[in-house]
Design a protein around this ligand. Structure first.
Ligand code: MLT
Length: 264
């Protein structure tokens, strides 16, 4: 891991390998470690850049609200600090995908292609905003246990709990270790993220859309509709996975990612 300065703060980032740069952007409330299987797979052929976003992992803590746009700005600054001038393949999962929309809106020239994993183009519904508010109240009052209990059943396919309990446990520990104020700041950012559905037709980049067949947060039908609205997108639905496709089915995920990267 490297420490790089972005806007006067220290960000932590994994930067390994050489070749076409692939930026791996984690979901909420995790960190770069969720991409371990992809990092090992890609490093022999690509430059893998996997940061901890603001609020998460070992990157700066935050209070107030951290927007998806702020996170996209951080990533642009991080690429500058790493002297990455070549366009990157931006691969984001869920919240990482929300950040990808903002990165595309502001820094399209820095993109070679998009990989959108288990993410959404819609803004939050009123009901989701309400449940996120409840999560903020809980996390600030009582810590991260509530976040872990609320999120884990939705993150993984039913079968993953039986087949790979150690994977679920590792994610639970990661959530428990997150910083309450920072989690709250990121959740506030999630609730005010814009709906980008109307802009999907303007994305001119080669795009791979990946979703787990059992994803209940960003279900396959929604992801397929999203892919259909992006002119150069292809959607793959992966078996034996819920919302955490890169962790739950790394072999199928890496195969789809590898094929896509060869062609762009
Ligand atoms: C994520 O995995 O990043 C979250 O599920 C995003 C969300 O809650 O909308």
């Amino acid at each position: 891991m490297k420490t790089v300065q972005v806007a006067g703060a220290d960000f932590r980032v994994l930067d390994r390998g050489a070749g076409k740069p692939v930026l791996l952007v984690h979901g909420f409330p995790l960190d770069h470690g969720m991409w371990q299987a992809q990092t090992e797979f890609l490093v022999p052929r690509y430059r893998v850049i996997a940061p901890d976003l603001r609020c998460f992992g070992e990157s700066p803590a935050a209070v107030g609200t951290v927007t998806m746009e702020q996170m996209a700005d951080d990533l642009a600054g991080l690429l500058d600090s790493l002297h990455v001038t070549e366009p990157v393949v931006f691969c984001g999962l869920s919240m990482g995908g929300y950040v990808a929309w903002q990165f595309w809106r502001k820094y399209a020239a820095r993109l070679r292609a998009l990989v959108l994993c288990d993410t959404r183009s819609q803004a939050d519904s009123a009901e989701t905003v309400q449940s996120r508010q409840k999560m903020i109240d809980h996390v600030l009052r009582a810590g991260t246990q509530f976040v872990a209990d609320a999120m884990l059943p939705k993150l993984f396919a039913q079968d993953t709990f039986r087949r790979a309990p150690e994977l679920v446990e590792a994610v639970r520990q990661k959530i428990l270790a997150a910083r309450p104020e920072s989690i709250a700041a990121a959740i506030r950012g999630l609730t005010i993220r814009p709906d980008v559905t109307g802009q999907l037709g303007s994305i001119r980049l080669p795009t791979l859309v990946v979703v787990g067949e059992h994803d209940v947060i960003s279900p396959p039908a929604e992801m397929q509709a999203m892919a259909a609205a992006i002119p150069a997108a292809r959607c793959v639905v992966l078996p034996d996975a819920g919302h955490m496709t890169p962790l739950e089915n790394p072999a199928a995920f890496n195969a789809a990612l590898g094929r896509f990267l060869e062609g762009c």
